[in-house]
Design a protein around this ligand. Structure first.
Ligand SMILES: [Zn+2]
Length: 412
């Protein structure tokens, strides 16, 4: 299966990238021929060839969460490493270059994904150093930055120079939710491609085809996730994710009195905390043990750490703490997205819009809330949920923000 096949509903972007990959392949082939023939490839022709082609050194992929930004970046990276010189588009999916890129082991593809809230100067310096290396496989040195929106300003300045004057065979692939999330100096030097929210049917189809999920469950999950591919997959495969979503969707029926509001708010926060705890349990202990081993501590817990390594251990603990905060926030944000979807369904019923409900499994609740309010009230409620997400973005204490939201939902 070609590397492009999993990109759902992004035909225009895929066509542009395929064209760029074809030109990129022509550049590599021409230079190999040259260096085999005469004096070896100089850096000049490479730069000229790139600027004359549909290929470029810095790309920015934006799109709503779940639209597949990182999948697009990875597919393009694979196509750049594809060594299958058939007549078709690079990105065969079978050759070594494609395969190792897709599984994350290609020596010339660095995929940077962060659990943290920000990417700092130090990490960025390491990447820039890496970007100046010649590709070991003779094709392209590709660096995928999945969360370019999390670069601190200092980190952005470090990156800027590398994006402005890239090594001849280096390609930067940046991903972010929207173009406004990326520092203006950086984004102005990238070619920007924006992805759209994939259609529900296409998401369902992918779940069936790629993950072997049964069609009916796939359709339900795709509808509930409103085009968010990763979330759809999680809903279709993870019982706990379904349970948490069901709990969130009960909230609109529980906000008739202040006590109910406060209780519902606390439960939302607790559920997000549970998520963070679960991730921590799965990852932290293993990570800590690996670091201890790497530092040369005696095996098992209780082994003493060599002198002078306490700082490194502390750094890991800080990182784990920041990751817990991030997981908790992401989880809360997903709950709020579900809640917005609920009220959107309410509004659809109130307006008599002929659209399928995203939350068809709780149609009774949607109908009850729709019958007991007006479209104006529903709009105010949607605004209250959006305001809460914005408050969380501004670092307002989560419980405070969610309590304020439930109070507004009730008052609306
Ligand atoms: Zn290939």
């Amino acid at each position: 299966m070609a590397v492009w096949d999993d990109l759902v509903g992004q035909d225009r972007v895929t066509a542009q990238l395929a064209a760029a990959a074809r030109d990129a392949d022509a550049i590599v082939t021409a230079e190999h021929a040259e260096s085999a023939g005469s004096a070896g490839a100089a850096q000049g022709p490479s730069a000229d060839r790139v600027s004359a082609s549909q290929m470029t050194h810095a790309w920015l992929f934006t799109g709503p969460p779940g639209s597949g930004r990182s999948s697009v970046a990875r597919a393009f990276a694979a196509a750049l490493q594809c060594s299958h010189h058939g007549a078709g588009v690079p990105g065969c999916g079978f050759c070594d270059g494609c395969h190792t890129t897709m599984v994350g082991t290609h020596a010339d593809v660095e995929i940077v994904r962060t659990d943290l809230l920000s990417i700092g100067v130090k990490e960025t310096r390491d990447l820039v150093r890496r970007s100046s290396l010649s590709p070991a496989g003779g094709r392209w040195q590709v660096i995928v930055l999945e969360d370019a929106d999390r670069l601190t300003e200092g980190a952005g300045n470090v990156l800027l120079k590398a994006v402005e004057e890239p090594a001849p065979r280096t390609v930067w692939l940046l991903c972010a939710p929207s173009i406004e999330d990326v520092l203006p100096t950086i984004r102005s030097r990238c070619r920007h491609l924006s992805l759209r929210t994939p259609p529900v049917d296409a998401v369902a189809d992918l779940l069936v085809r790629r993950d072997g999920i049964e069609p009916e469950a796939a359709a339900r999950a795709a509808r509930a996730s409103q085009g968010h591919i990763g979330r759809a997959r999680r809903l279709a495969t993870d019982e706990r994710a379904r349970a948490r979503r069901a709990a969130v969707l009960k909230l609109p029926l529980r906000i008739d009195d202040i006590g109910g509001c406060l209780k519902a708010a606390q439960e939302l926060i607790d559920a997000a905390g549970e998520d963070a705890k679960q991730v921590a349990e799965e990852v932290d202990a293993k990570e800590t043990e690996e670091l201890r081993a790497a530092l040369g501590a005696a095996a098992g817990t209780g082994g003493r750490l060599p002198r002078g390594t306490a700082g490194v251990m502390k750094e890991l603990q800080d990182k784990q703490k920041r990751r817990a905060t991030r997981t908790q926030r992401d989880s809360l944000d997903l709950a709020l997205v579900d809640l917005t979807g609920f009220y959107r369904d309410v509004l659809a019923l109130q307006m008599g819009a002929p659209v399928p409900l995203a939350n068809d499994e709780v149609r009774d609740s949607v109908q009850r809330v729709a019958a007991g309010s007006t479209p104006e009230r529903t709009l105010r409620r949607i605004e209250a949920v959006i305001a809460c997400r914005e408050a969380l973005d501004r670092n307002v204490a989560p419980l405070l923000a969610v309590e304020a939201m439930t109070a507004s939902l009730r008052a609306a």
